[in-house]
Design a protein around this ligand. Structure first.
Ligand SMILES: [Zn+2]
Length: 241
């Protein structure tokens, strides 16, 4: 029985290796961060230790029933991995889709519970949104979130202190493609990505998997990265103790 299965396993192994060959973007390497209250992203903090032409793919505001599956397909087609910063209310509504991200080898963090402008809220409400987002993450994934990305990248002293205290990494960005405009076309997004990359040369890229035009454009955007010689670094965190 085992002998009969073996050739099949070998064939399927070879097939997937061929599909993820050098013509695909792939993942060049993984950085595993400690669970500690540090902050990364040159837009606001220390840059991640990346070499020239190394990029980290990140997606905010999901999961979206309509658009996140398209993003997952585009990433799988290029054999590459990303990090998703999820909204608490969205994962509570769609826990299966959220867990699919982990099953497919991606990493996740939280991006607030309701995506408020934290800086315009009283401290008590800021911390309440944080507590709710952490509870939502814990309920869906069974562990504490290792990382937090601020909605609108709007940081506040009270939130930064609370995240540090909880050993949650603040994940800012190095570059983005301003992909929240619903009218954007694939050509526009590809041009913005090229311009941002030409300027920054490396870093954490912010995109939005909940945004329809981004999901539609992603196969092209990943091709831009491949054609321009960029390498994907996958960001992960050590497991919760
Ligand atoms: Zn957002």
């Amino acid at each position: 029985m085992i002998k009969a299965l073996l050739p099949m396993l070998l064939i399927s192994g070879l097939a997937s290796a061929a599909e993820c060959g050098p013509d695909k973007l792939n993942t060049e390497r993984t950085i595993t961060l400690k669970r500690e209250g540090v902050a990364y992203g040159a837009h606001q903090h220390t840059a991640l230790p990346l070499a020239d032409k190394e990029v980290v793919l990140t997606f905010d505001d999901g999961p979206s029933q309509e658009n996140t599956p398209l993003v997952l397909k585009a990433l799988a087609d290029q054999c590459t991995k990303a990090t998703f910063f999820l909204i608490g209310e969205h994962i509570t509504q769609q826990p299966e889709l959220a867990r699919r991200l982990i099953r497919e080898g991606h990493s996740t963090g939280i991006h607030s519970n309701t995506h408020p402008h934290l800086a315009s809220l009283p401290v008590e409400q800021q911390l309440d949104d944080l507590a709710r987002s952490r509870a939502a993450y814990q309920a869906v994934f069974g562990v504490e979130t290792p990382a937090y990305r601020f909605p609108f990248l709007e940081e506040t002293p009270a939130m930064l202190a609370a995240l540090k205290q909880a050993n949650i990494t603040v994940a800012s960005i190095d570059l983005g493609i301003n992909d929240w405009i619903p009218e954007d076309t694939t050509d526009i997004l590809a041009r913005r990505l090229t311009e941002s990359l030409d300027k920054a040369g490396r870093g954490i890229i912010l995109m939005h998997d909940a945004n329809g035009p981004t999901a539609k454009a992603l196969p092209t955007l990943l091709k831009v990265l491949k054609d321009k010689g960029y390498k994907v670094v996958h960001l992960e965190w050590e497991k919760a103790k």
